[in-house]
Structure formats: structure tokens, C-alpha cells
Design a protein around this ligand. Sequence first.
Ligand SMILES: [Zn+2]
Ligand SMILES: [Zn+2]
Length: 170
Amino acid sequence: MTNASPAPIILAFRSGVTAMGIDASAALSDPGVRLAVSAAAEIAPEEIAGEEVAFESVRFEGEVRGSPDSARVEGTLRCEARARCALCLGEASLPIEARIDEVFSRDAKGTDAYPLDGDVIEPVEMFREALILALPMRFLCKDDCLGLCPKCGSNRNEGECACPRGDEPD
Ligand SMILES: [Zn+2]
Ligand SMILES: [Zn+2]
């Protein structure tokens, strides 16, 4: 990877994000610093269109660069999202990947930036919004899920029911 800024200092940071946030003081005090961030986060389940979506194993890998007034967070956020299958109502789990490129600013009012209070970036809201945007329109347990029988409600993935299949819409 090429890098325009001279001799960057790269610091490693690893922690659970929820408890303490990302300490960006090294990046805020020196614009030449690229603060490498590798962090796990806990994101609460979200109700989307009446269905609960859980975010598991949320991990962020990226970096923070700063100025005295703002910090830019770039990287990749990954998680395993779990929800009910839209067809059979069974459990569906999907890997989700979201690109992060956001600014935290001491003067965020009226801008797209997230607020920065002190030297600690609190990324949970940013992570939450990025994951929700990256979710698919619907969850399926598998691409060829057979769904439920519209007559008896049995799960067709678990075998054929006795209902006639002739006259139902596909
Ligand atoms: Zn299914
Ligand atoms: Zn049936």
C-alpha cells in the first residue's frame, strides 16, 4: 500500500468498542499518524420491517487519521446478521460487509459528520447505521428455500406434505 504522508506512525489498537470507544488522541494530536484499529463491537438487535435482525461477531478493521478538530475513520465492518427466513420462517444467517468512511468532528452540527466529544470516538451508532444499510431486502435460509405450504403451513424444506400442489400460485 502506498502512502503519501511521510513516515506515518502506525499504532495498533484492539479492544471491545462498546465499553470505551476508540481512543483517537494519537491521531488527533498529529495529522501524520495513521491509527490502525482492529476492534470488536456489540450492536444491539434492530427491528426492521417488523422483523428482528441480530448482529453477531461484529468486527471492524481500519484506520483513523485526524486533525485537532476531526477524525476520519476508514475501513471495513463485518458481521453475521441473523433473522427469520422470509419464506420458511426458519433461522437465516448472512455475512454482511460494510465499507466505513466517516468523519467525527468537534463541530458536527449541520454537517454529515458524527459528533466528537473529547478524544474518544464512539463508533457504535456509525456501525449500526452502516450495517443496516448493508442488509439485504430479505433474509433467506438458503437460496433455494422451498418455504411453507400455503395450505397446511408445513415447512417444505423438511419434506413434502400431503396437500395437492396443482392449483396454487407459484
Ligand atoms: Zn427458508
Ligand atoms: Zn401442505
